[in-house]
Design a protein around this ligand. Structure first.
Ligand code: O7M
Length: 220
């Protein structure tokens, strides 16, 4: 589980080298609960660059690979992600029970948290048509939590009572995609995921502090 202090997760979608990313993270390290990395960083600094970044920064790292392959491939990826020192991974729930059961078990053995994507901040209509099924599958498998979009507060409000308090809800789509800062958490999420609004800010620390203020005092 992601340790929660501020409720903010940074989506580090940048093509910077390790030193520039580490310097940026150091500037806001005390204000964020986790760093979400994905294809931008993986394809630009490679797996060993990610391992170096993880070691330098000392934060909860979440790999957003939206993993959804067949079981043995998913298991391989989770093992390699663990080798890089990453703490959690995001998987596609539509991969289905047969492709998720083994990988979630392997992740648990390794101490890697699995977060399941059950709705998307844009599109994702097949996801929304099967929300209950995918959330129940995640609960049955014993994942750590779910990705629920800030742009669809009604989805957050539906998922929270389905899972109760034992699962973490992570909400992307805040800021650049139109989700109002603070409102995903006000609607039942645990964390808001923010990328461009912080990454492109002329004063990222100030902007991050503003997001935290709005999480503490939302106006939705
Ligand atoms: O704040 P942004 O719009 O710059 O970035 C949003 C981040 O959230 C970006 O890293 C996306 O990959 C991610 N995201 C979505 O934008 N929409 C989704 O439906 C799901 C995710 C996500 O985090 O999935 C795990």
């Amino acid at each position: 589980m992601i340790p929660r202090k501020t409720g903010l997760i940074l989506a580090l979608d940048v093509d910077w080298d390790v030193d520039k990313s580490a310097a940026f993270l150091r500037g806001i390290n005390d204000l964020i609960d986790a760093v979400k990395i994905g294809w931008f960083q993986l394809l630009n600094i490679g797996p060993w660059g990610i391992r170096e970044l993880v070691n330098k920064v000392g934060k909860y790292f979440l790999a957003d690979l939206k993993l959804g392959d067949v079981s043995h491939i998913n298991e391989y990826v989770i093992r390699r992600i663990h080798d890089l020192g990453i703490n959690g991974i995001i998987m596609h729930s539509v991969a289905g029970k047969d492709n998720l059961t083994g990988p979630v078990r392997v992740a648990k053995e390794l101490g890697v948290d699995v977060y399941l994507l059950v709705s998307m901040s844009s599109g994702g209509e097949l996801y929304d048509a099967n929300l209950e099924y995918n959330v129940e599958l995640g609960v049955e498998l014993g994942v750590s939590g779910f990705i629920v979009p800030a742009t669809k507060p009604n989805v957050i409000r539906r998922v929270r009572p389905m899972v109760g308090g034992g699962y973490q809800l992570l909400s992307p789509g805040v800021g650049a995609q139109g989700g109002k800062p603070g409102c995903a958490i006000a609607n039942g999420a645990d964390f808001e995921i923010v990328g461009r609004a912080i990454l492109t800010s002329p004063d990222p620390r100030r902007t991050t502090l503003d997001f935290i203020d709005l999480i503490r005092k939302p106006s939705c």
